[in-house]
Design a protein around this ligand. Structure first.
Ligand code: HEM
Length: 172
């Protein structure tokens, strides 16, 4: 793993003062959101079933994946978002990369979850801000794992050092 995604995660947290403003709020809304955990997860899989490619990926293991994905959602509200949280979430990104799940699917499911969170937290704007922010931080990490995998593969194909490739592709 390069440091790119970790830096982006920490910058994104600092950008919105996450640790002070949102981290303490998240455990207080866990029960409210997780009351809808089954419904959200079932709809998540119903949405995936509408897509032929996604349906094939999850085929035969939907019930087991529902448990995994619901647990991931619950962990959004645990209140600790430091290095251990980052490392655990990055591994989840790597799992999806290894399983060759297009990042497009992670993005549309994240978008679906934003709509669901907006629905269940519609009467508490600050809680909704917190829930959407941690969802976006997780997306930064998971999508970051895809970016880093692409850079690694590009480096292998071209023989160019990964740090140099990152520098060439940056705007700096
Ligand atoms: C916000 C989006 C998503 C999150 C947060 C998420 C979360 C997770 C987590 C926590 C795991 C277990 C990781 C591990 O054991 O290391 C996992 C595994 C998996 N997810 Fe997702 N997931 C997301 C989207 C998707 C989508 C869209 C699909 C299918 C199109 C999918 C299919 C799978 C599969 C097949 C596995 C098992 C992979 C394997 O063990 O080979 N996930 N996911």
């Amino acid at each position: 793993m390069s440091e790119t995604t970790k830096n982006n995660f920490n910058r994104a947290k600092a950008f919105c003062n996450f640790d002070a403003v949102y981290a303490p709020l998240l455990p207080t809304i866990k029960d409210v959101v997780m009351k809808h955990g089954d419904e959200i997860t079932n709809t998540f899989y119903a949405e995936l079933a509408n897509d032929e490619v996604a349906a094939a990926i999850v085929s035969g293991r939907v019930e087991q994946l529902k448990v995994t994905h619901k647990q991931w959602m619950e962990e959004l509200f645990n209140g600790e978002y430091g290095d251990a949280y980052f490392a655990q979430r990055y591994k989840i990104g790597e799992t999806h990369v290894r399983a060759k799940i297009e990042p497009y699917f992670v993005e549309v499911i994240t978008s679906f979850l934003r709509r669901k969170f907006a629905e269940v937290l519609s009467d508490n704007p600050k809680a909704l801000e917190a829930a959407l922010t941690i969802l976006d931080l997780d997306a930064i990490i998971i999508i970051g794992a895809y970016h880093e995998d692409r850079m690694k593969r590009m480096s292998e194909v071209t023989g160019m050092n990964q740090a140099l490739l990152e520098r060439l592709m940056s705007f700096g």
